[in-house]
Design a protein around this ligand. Sequence first.
Ligand SMILES: [Zn+2]
Length: 293
Amino acid sequence: MGAIVSLLLIIAIIGSIIYKYEVANRDGANDNDAVTGQVPTNVDEQEPPIDESVSNIEQPTVTPNEDEEIKEGNTVPTDVPKANANGNGTEGSKDKTNAPKENENVSIENGYIVGQQPAKEPKYVDNILIANKKYPLPATFNEGESATARAALDEMIAAAGQQGYTLIAFSGYRSYEYQTDLYNRYVNRDGKDAADRYSARPGYSEHQTGLTFDIGEKGKEALWLTSEFGETPAGKWLATNSHKYGFILRYPEGKEDVTGYMYESWHFRYLEGDTATKVYNAGVTLEEYLGIE
Ligand SMILES: [Zn+2]
């Protein structure tokens, strides 16, 4: 009997050590993701910073704004998106989108359902993982970057290269912990209302799925996280060809009421099989394609 108890104790201790080791590794990786970008003043985006851990491609060196704290060893700019000139994506439009129709008493704060409990399970519709303002991911959903999505990304980047476009995925998988840290830093700096306009709350970022990449063009870093990227030949190529590699432009122009986010020319979501092509051909958002909010 004593021997069994001792054995169980040893197993528990080893488990604890492994867990701490994994957490430490994860936190360590996130240290590279410090925010050093310019302060958003009038953006209306969920997009955060450039996540250098995600890209194995050479990073540009950009001098951050003087008023930004710089973490040691961090030279990557972490611009939040610049405001869309036409002012799309107002809070009002988001509220309409996200308020559940069946319950008029639900209150909405900056597009989020007030008092919504953390998700216990990830939401799948037709085997497609959902992460939006209506369906957050559990804090424990931490599968990392999808190898399938990364392989598809590499294939797409190679194809773009054939056309003369050097694409870079400057942000990809973000853990719940990283998003928490990021969001809290923005809240501390700019206040919650402002932060909610450009940074997703923890659990609500599609980057936590490991299936999403923010993509830009090398040499045109100034256009990263801007709608102007979508006007460039590379941005247009991505918008029209990404579906062939399994990606959709997740937040198209004029769909703020559906997706909860304004146009993001840089944010691409991987979908298994030929689903991306089906969504693309249908000319709809993922929410519309699946018939969800
Ligand atoms: Zn993104």
